[in-house]
Write a protein that binds this ligand. Structure first.
Ligand SMILES: [Zn+2]
Length: 199
């Protein structure tokens, strides 16, 4: 009985490790460049908020984004069709409260071997011919981040946190100097102005 239990535990632990590994592998968004088959491949991944914290934390507070990348080999070239859909939680620029930003975007990229890494041409990525794999995470991250408008606010002021807006306005008011505290004009300019007027 005890032996069965131990074996069951080992099997369960092993299964958990395997599951964890396969989930991690999916999240890595790795494109195999060498030793791949000539078949069309689809890479899928679900991105959560922590995906956007690399290489440095950004304004994304949480995320639920699905990525599907269709990889079509064309000789030595690989044509990638990325479809990215989901939602991000980011701060509203007006009230700083959470707001939802919907992502629904596509990106097409051709990966080709060459002498050195070159991403200067939009939509074409040249990678050193000896590379065995390519991490697609930076491209996916950039594609998602570029969908966020520079100014992003709740669609209506009514949806904003009015208390927060009031506090921010008070804060801004305290930062601007009252008129009587402005430095007095240099009297030498007054003398010059008087001379100009006389002419
Ligand atoms: Zn707002």
């Amino acid at each position: 009985m005890l032996k069965t239990l131990i074996i069951r535990d080992i099997v369960y632990t092993f299964a958990a490790v395997l599951t964890e590994k396969s989930v991690k592998k999916l999240a890595e968004l790795t494109l195999l460049l060498k030793g791949r088959s000539a078949d069309v491949q689809v890479i899928t991944s679900h991105l959560a908020g922590d995906f956007f914290d690399e290489p440095e934390p950004c304004e994304v507070r949480s995320a639920s984004v699905d990525v599907a990348i269709k990889v079509v080999p064309r000789g030595e070239w690989l044509n990638l069709d990325m479809a990215i859909k989901g939602e991000l939680t980011i701060p509203c620029d007006r009230c700083l409260d959470d707001m939802t930003h919907r992502v629904d975007t596509e990106y097409h990229l051709t990966v080709k071997p060459g002498r050195e890494f070159d991403d200067s041409v939009d939509g074409v990525l040249q990678v050193p011919a000896h590379w065995r794999e390519l991490d697609l995470s930076p491209m996916v991250r950039d594609t998602v981040m570029l969908t966020i408008p520079i100014m992003h606010v709740h669609p209506s002021v009514d949806e904003c946190n009015s208390e927060m807006i009031e506090r921010l306005e008070q804060h801004r008011g305290a930062d601007t100097l009252p008129d009587n505290s402005k430095p007095a004009a240099d009297p030498r300019w007054d003398a010059l102005n008087a001379l100009i007027k006389q002419e």
